[in-house]
Design a protein around this ligand. Structure first.
Ligand code: HSE
Length: 299
């Protein structure tokens, strides 16, 4: 009647895949407990982690996605949700997605899995939309499916699981400033020059091919973003320096994680990822900005 779950952090966009590509981290995430109750309804009973998040289900990301599943399943019970929030809201590693996914994943398990992962993503989109003011699933899908995912379309929702080489690691640094996804979206242009679109889809197609074939050289040559990064990087202090140092230390590529401010870099093997960690860390260590940094396998 109760399930305890780990709801993982995720990196969306992955440089050239704005709003469609994402991957899942295996060592950073929220903990949640979902419990069946006799009393009908969705009740958020505990929020830990020191963030000021609403208890009212209709105003809480985990609550909104839970309500979407609840209305579809119409079960003869209710659910309590406890959230131990470990992913800081506004950090750019899918904090709202982890909450939105955790509640529906847990409820589905307790109900005997009436819904598949794509259907769970549909419910979770409702929660995610509360936080980012638009419906996108590039953090939700990897949190539910694991590994790399490609959201081929939102309506109808179609998610592709993309394989990736075994020894691909991510180093992710979170400078402690908050960037709201809605604001980071508002600064983006509504139209892009054809020449940039061509570069972007060439890189994106190449990255997908490289992930399938385990071609690290091609991963390296494909991790570029000519459309979104020029705008959003201006919101992140020392972004260019962090990226340059990561590349110098041997990263395959680096970019903004989701809507920022976290910056991710990909490396072949854990040793490289640790060297990149030291290099990225050094940049912020010489500034006033606090940060935390993780190395994780993509899983
Ligand atoms: N694709 C989204 C964005 C992810 O970059 O705005 C952030 O949640």
């Amino acid at each position: 009647n109760e399930i305890k779950i780990f709801s993982p952090a995720t990196v969306a966009n992955v440089a050239c895949g704005f709003d469609v590509l994402g991957f899942c981290l295996d060592s950073v995430g929220d903990e949640m407990v979902i419990r069946k109750t006799d009393k009908k309804g969705i009740f958020i009973t505990k929020i830990e982690g020191g963030f000021d998040l609403p208890y009212q289900a209709e105003l809480n990301v985990a609550g909104v996605s839970a309500l979407a599943l609840y209305e579809a399943a119409k079960p003869d019970c209710g659910f309590e949700i406890e959230i131990n929030k470990k992913i800081k809201p506004g950090s750019g590693i899918g904090s709202s997605a982890a909450s939105a996914v955790g509640s529906v994943f847990g409820m589905n398990e307790l109900l005997g899995r009436p819904f598949n992962k794509t259907q769970l993503t549909e419910f979770a989109i409702k929660g995610e939309a509360l936080a980012s003011k638009c419906e996108h699933a590039d953090n939700l899908a990897p949190a539910l499916f694991g590994g790399f995912t490609l959201v081929k379309s939102i309506s109808p929702l179609e998610i592709l699981e993309i394989p990736s080489p075994d020894d691909l690691y991510v180093t992710i640094i979170h400078p402690q400033i908050e960037i709201k996804t809605s604001e980071a979206r508002a600064i983006l242009p509504k139209e892009v020059p054809l020449i940039d679109a061509i570069t972007q889809w060439a890189n994106f197609g190449s990255l997908i091919h490289a992930l399938h074939t385990g071609d690290f050289g091609l991963i390296q040559r494909s991790l570029n973003d000519v459309i979104v990064e020029p705008y959003r990087s201006q919101l992140i202090p020392h972004y260019n320096k962090v990226k340059t140092e990561a590349l110098k230390a041997g990263a395959l590529g680096a970019g903004i994680s989701g809507s920022g401010p976290s910056i991710f870099s990909l490396s072949k093997g854990i040793e490289n990822a640790k060297n990149v960690k030291d290099a990225m860390k050094k940049v912020y260590s010489n500034t006033e900005i606090d940060f935390d940094i993780h190395v994780s396998k993509i899983n």
